[in-house]
Design a protein around this ligand. Structure first.
Ligand code: KIV
Ligand code: ZN
Length: 550
């Protein structure tokens, strides 16, 4: 049966926000609008292919977000392609395409999302004096007209239209109210109050939201949403304050990635509402047990590592170091733990599978961890698991997560590592022999000397692939405790003004380094084949703000 969606998540008690026919949905439900693939993707140095975006979108679907903002279709052919792909493949959530206030942008957004089962166009326009004067160079009267016309244009395509006054927290309040009224009159079903530069304090944001509810005509017939940036570390606090006052949609990203300091972190918003339901009396439709896997996937594919002390998903978020805390935990976990790590899907560091485990057990364990792979990828991952089991006596859940991440990266490979052999030591020459499988299946091999084994491997790869670039970042981490842990390498390379991220994992850190380098080069190659597929730093400066003048 087709899902019917009520896009007007009205604040009137008893009105139903979100999808009205699924489970327990009431006006106590806060819709989660995930913008990882749009605002998150604008973060400097992010580089996702359309296939990687689709992989993330599928995971967001599993996570249970209500709306996926899949991209900004007019910004590049790559973004358009990704939005179109997600719209046709991911059927449960609303799929949203962003557009600035220009006819071509609204038309392009519709073109990209029209195949979606539940399409939404998100129109935005500068609202603050500073942005009106310096960026779009329009008067307030002109801006009101632009908003009216573009919301109406979006409405001619789809019932579900969101309007965002950008930089709302620095806008003149009277003008902001007018702008919202015009957008609602023209057919917006959601209005999104953006703290674009993360400037607002919690009290100020509360007053703004309350003022909007008290003043704007028609506001009670639409869904009020908030979109907070984290420049002062207040994005989550501001978002929570807004829903306490009646907003019913929060725009957020996995791991809080996004422009500059990022956006409100989805996992923090969701777990705050859940853990402190006694305070908020609100719910989301998110399946919190999918949080860890979503965080891990976004970190793997974007190359943004999660800091150890990050709330909810950081490596230390559930670790207890001090003796007193450990003692308390042994006696009763609630003494120092306000959330059960299992509720966010953090796998226990337990021995799960061994050398003799079969493919069925492997698949089952992956499913228990919320990890699903296509049949081909599963067979390949199983072979890698067997190889790992030969090297590593105990295979932990976190090893399986690393292994699957590595598998997902393979799906977008142009060149593939077939063999790496190094010779190193404190008195020897460092040399490497590398064999790659090229795009057409050709076997390509070479050897070189270097200042160390990684340098030697990178020299060989450069000789084979032949793309000039500079290494700007190299990080290595162990995925678990123990000397036999899997090493995870993150690198960023720069070429022709573009920044490309690569990741690789292996028990051998030289092999992990080689995989990470090839992964970055593959992304670079894909972006050259399809210009605009992978945003460069120059693209990420062309944020909605910069592009608005087009
Ligand atoms: O930060 C912002 O204002 C935005 C808008 C497009 C909603 O990202
Ligand atoms: Zn934003």
């Amino acid at each position: 049966m087709d899902e019917e969606i009520d896009i007007n998540c009205s604040q009137e008690p008893g009105r139903v926000p979100g999808h009205k026919d699924e489970g327990e949905r009431s006006s106590r439900t806060v819709l989660i609008f995930d913008t990882t693939l749009r605002d998150g993707e604008q973060a400097a140095g992010t580089s996702l292919t359309p296939q990687e975006k689709l992989t993330i979108a599928r995971q967001l679907d599993k996570l249970g977000v209500d709306i996926i903002e899949a991209g900004f279709p007019i910004s590049s052919p790559g973004d358009f392609e990704a939005v179109q792909l997600i719209a046709s493949e991911v059927r449960r959530p609303i799929i949203c395409g962003l557009a600035h206030c220009r006819p071509a942008a609204v038309d392009r957004a519709w073109e990209a999302i029209q195949g979606a089962r539940h399409p939404r166009i998100h129109v935005f326009l500068s609202a603050s004096d500073i942005q009106l004067a310096h960026m779009i160079k329009k008067s307030k009267v002109e801006a009101l007209e632009m908003a009216r016309e573009m919301v109406a244009r979006a409405k001619s395509y789809t019932e579900d239209v969101e309007f965002s006054p950008m930089d709302a927290t620095r806008a003149d309040k009277g003008f902001l109210y007018q702008l919202l009224e015009v957008a609602i009159e023209a057919g917006a079903t959601t209005v999104n109050i953006a703290d674009t530069v993360g400037y607002s304090t919690v009290n100020e944001f509360a007053a703004l939201i309350q003022g909007i509810f008290d003043t704007v005509a028609g506001i009670h017939n639409v869904c009020v949403s908030v979109h907070c940036h984290d420049d002062l570390g207040l994005a989550v606090a501001n978002s929570l304050e807004a829903v306490r006052l009646g907003a019913r949609q929060i725009e957020c990203t996995v791991n809080g990635i996004g422009e500059r300091a990022g956006n409100a972190a989805l996992e923090e918003v969701v777990m705050a509402l859940r853990t402190r339901e006694d305070v908020f009396d609100l719910k989301t439709n998110v399946d919190s047990t999918q949080i860890f896997q979503s965080s891990r996937m976004v970190s793997d594919l974007t190359g943004f590592m999660v800091q150890a002390n990050k709330a909810i998903v950081g490596a230390n978020a559930f670790r207890h170091q001090s003796g007193i805390h450990q003692d308390g935990m042994v006696k009763e976990s609630s003494t120092y733990e306000i959330m059960d790590p299992r509720s966010v899907g953090i796998p226990a560091s337990s021995l799960v599978l061994g050398k003799l485990s079969g493919k069925h057990a492997f698949r089952e364990r992956l499913a228990e961890l919320g990890l699903t792979l296509s049949d081909d990828a599963l067979s390949h991952a199983f072979r890698s698991f067997k190889e790992l089991a030969d090297k590593k006596r105990e295979i932990l859940d976190r090893d399986l997560v690393s292994l699957v991440s590595e598998e997902l990266r393979q799906e977008t490979q142009v060149y593939r590592i077939d063999h790496v052999d190094v010779s190193c030591g404190d008195h020897s020459l460092h040399s490497a022999a590398v064999r790659l499988i090229g795009p057409d299946g050709a076997v390509l091999a070479d050897a070189a000397l270097g200042t160390g084994p990684v340098d030697a491997v990178y020299k060989v790869i450069n000789r084979i692939v032949g793309i000039p670039n500079t290494l700007v970042e190299f990080t290595i981490n162990a995925n678990t405790e123990g000397f036999d842990a899997i090493g995870e390498v993150l690198i960023r390379i720069e070429s022709d003004g573009g920044l490309y991220t690569g990741r690789g994992a292996s028990t051998d850190i030289v092999v992990a380094s080689a995989k990470a380098y090839i992964n970055a080069l593959n992304r670079l190659l894909i972006s050259r084949e399809t210009p605009g597929t992978i945003p460069t730093p120059t693209d990420s400066i062309s944020t909605p703000r910069a592009k608005e003048t087009r």
